[in-house]
Design a protein. Structure first.
Length: 104
């Protein structure tokens, strides 16, 4: 009986894991900013060689669930959240490229 339960749990995990394999093929929209909607593309980041764990770690975006972290420009400019890379070194600098993220 225990084995059956375990099997069900494992297969549910695999099914939802596959359906949610986000950032690679999916996009997330962040619509709260007056500067315009930000569309985060998993594909662009995966194609640029960014690994899941570079974002999904305890300091950055711990949960693989949208809405658990409030993204603020002050944090981005301070080199946190998206600003961990969007600092003009690893990727384009946030301060000079509002419109690369925000679209009206
Ligand atoms: C460049 C950063 C970044 C990378 C790389 C990244 N993610 Fe994410 N991911 C995010 C952010 C930001 C969120 C939203 C988190 C929040 O709002 O708290 C998110 C959310 C998710 C979600 C939830 C989506 C939803 O609809 O709620 C899943 C699942 C996920 N990521 C899986 C992955 C997987 C698997 C990988 C690697 C293939 C990956 N992520 C790579 C930044 C990233
Ligand atoms: C771990 C590093 C990393 C993090 C964190 C990260 N990005 Fe990126 N991002 C990149 C790289 C690398 C590229 C591709 C190179 C470039 O465009 O400068 C990129 C490209 C992009 C692009 C494509 C721009 C274009 O016009 O081609 C957008 C939009 C973007 N990121 C938004 C975000 C947002 C929003 C977040 C936070 C939720 C985020 N990124 C977090 C590394 C990162
Ligand atoms: C790397 C992508 C990226 C760049 C570049 C960027 N932003 Fe943002 N910005 C975001 C994300 C993601 C949010 C969160 C939106 C949400 O929660 O719906 C946000 C939120 C905001 C907000 C509302 C929250 C807050 O912190 O006040 C304002 C205002 C804002 N951005 C202005 C700007 C301006 C001005 C620039 C250029 C100087 C800029 N952004 C550049 C990704 C970016």
């Amino acid at each position: 009986m225990k084995k059956v339960v375990l099997l069900i749990v494992v297969s549910l995990f695999l099914v939802s894991g596959a359906a949610l394999a986000v950032p690679s093929g999916k996009t997330l929209d962040f619509t709260k900013s007056p500067m315009g909607k930000v569309t985060f593309s998993g594909k662009i980041h995966a194609d640029a060689g960014v690994k899941c764990m570079e974002c999904h770690n305890p300091e950055t975006f711990p949960k693989m669930k949208q809405g658990t972290v409030e993204i603020k420009m002050a944090k981005i400019y301070a080199g946190e959240q998206c600003g961990k890379c969007h600092n003009g070194k690893r990727a384009f600098e946030a301060k000079k490229n509002c419109n690369k993220c925000h679209k009206r």
